[in-house]
Design a protein around this ligand. Structure first.
Ligand SMILES: [Zn+2]
Length: 420
């Protein structure tokens, strides 16, 4: 495997800003090998091609059958079109109302299209302490370790329940888990903690930025390009709006507000897609572009959106409408992932530290489902095996040591939930 294009593992923690001292985890050699059960389950889950655009039902069926063999009933919460599903299951907690712990993971993965993989992405390959395959870090290994430990959970008969919450469509805007959370809220599910197992290299993550995105469609008016004075150029109006977004981005970069625990430490603004016009000698009728704000907890994305909308209404629309009354801007929200902002002294953080042996917490730049759980009052942290540096890339991998650390964390959790 070496020498044929594999990148060596990146330095850990480049994208995870940590508060406090680093824990000395991963140095205990006895901890570095995961169980055969975890390895086999990772291999099994990776083999399901659950790219977000496709169904995840084969994987969900497999998990439901597996759980039922261990006497655990699953609740399936399907997507609107029935092509995909969330799965929710509870181990223990019988006869009591003690709030338990939710272990949350998504089952979908990003596409491998056009990526130069050196191995078959849906067949795991283990080399030099690393397991390669799409979704090994993001985030089927966490889901697999949870499942591999189900027999231990069942045997421990935890008085405080352990809930498994597996979602779909996380990679396309955290869509699936919203339906699951709705069901849990209606039922009045209480939990002392929710652990979202996205890859943090087993660090306890208490915060990430929120993200909100929109599509703007500019409606202009066509004319021959020799007669620009008769047309309303949709591409130019879009370009002026994108330039305004860029000036907002510079303003945040240069003036803050700043929170140095994030990378970058300010709210970022970005336009990622633009389409418009048909050919050079036609004044374009239509142009659309997609943009997003990745905001600090203190910045309100709706206020930023209002600012850009107000700019177009003040600076661009009057001139456009003076020529053609049917021109203007149309806005559509694409996605909203709330930020995660868990207090350092929340008991969920104490639990996360106890389970991992860490004495530090961190924040990450990427969005997760954690903000959605927190939004409905569930105390939430992000903590899972693997590194986000490997996520979404060709030759994605996870270190065996990370899998072993995840196993150790969940074993401590099982003990805790069984005790008292
Ligand atoms: Zn993920």
């Amino acid at each position: 495997m070496r020498g044929i294009g594999f990148r060596p593992p990146a330095e850990p923690g480049i994208l995870t800003k940590i508060n406090g001292n680093q824990p000395a985890i991963g140095t205990d050699r006895s901890m570095t090998q995961p169980s055969a059960a975890s390895r086999a389950m990772i291999e099994r889950l990776i083999a399901f091609d659950t790219t977000s655009r496709d169904s995840n039902l084969a994987l969900i069926d497999f998990v439901r059958d597996y759980l039922s063999r261990h006497g655990i009933a699953s609740e399936i919460v399907p997507s609107e079109d029935g092509r995909k599903a969330n799965l929710f299951a509870t181990v223990g907690g019988k006869g009591g109302e003690a709030p338990g712990v939710i272990l949350s993971g998504h089952t979908d993965v990003v596409p491998v299209d056009g990526q130069p993989w050196d191995t078959e992405p849906f067949t795991v390959v283990e080399r030099d302490g690393l397991i390669y395959g799409r979704g090994t870090s993001d985030m089927k290994s966490f889901v697999a370790v949870c499942l591999a430990l189900v027999p231990d959970m069942v045997k421990a008969r935890p008085r405080q329940p352990i809930h498994l919450a597996f979602s779909y469509d996380e990679e396309v805007g955290c869509l699936g888990v919203r339906r699951l959370i709705d069901v849990l809220v209606k039922r009045g599910l209480k939990a002392q903690a929710c652990i979202v197992g996205e890859p943090t290299e087993m660090r306890v993550v208490v915060g990430h930025k929120g993200k909100k995105s929109w599509r703007c469609t500019v409606h202009g008016h066509e004319s021959h390009s020799a007669l620009t004075h008769l047309g309303v150029n949709a591409v130019e109006a879009a370009a002026e709006t994108v330039a305004k977004l860029k000036s907002m981005a510079r303003h945040f970069r240069d003036n803050g507000p700043y929170d140095e625990t994030y990378e970058p430490p300010y709210t970022s603004v970005h336009t990622g897609v633009i389409r418009g016009g048909t050919q050079l000698n036609i004044v374009p009728l239509r142009c659309e572009f997609d943009f997003e704000f990745r905001h600090l907890p203190g910045d309100d994305p709706d206020a930023l959106f209002a600012e850009i909308k107000e700019f177009t209404e003040r600076e661009l629309v009057p001139e456009m409408r003076a020529k053609q009354p049917k021109t203007g801007f149309e806005w559509r929200e694409l996605s909203h992932i709330p930020g995660l902002n868990t207090s350092e002294d929340d008991p969920v953080v104490t639990l996360g530290k106890a389970l991992t042996g860490a004495n530090a917490t961190g924040k990450v730049p990427f969005g997760t489902e954690a903000g959605l759980f927190q939004q409905v009052g569930l105390p939430t942290i992000v903590c899972g095996p693997g590194s986000i540096e490997q996520a979404h890339k060709p030759n994605e991998f996870i270190a065996l040591d990370q899998v072993a650390q995840c196993e150790a964390m969940l074993r401590r959790l099982i003990q805790r939930m069984a005790a008292s």
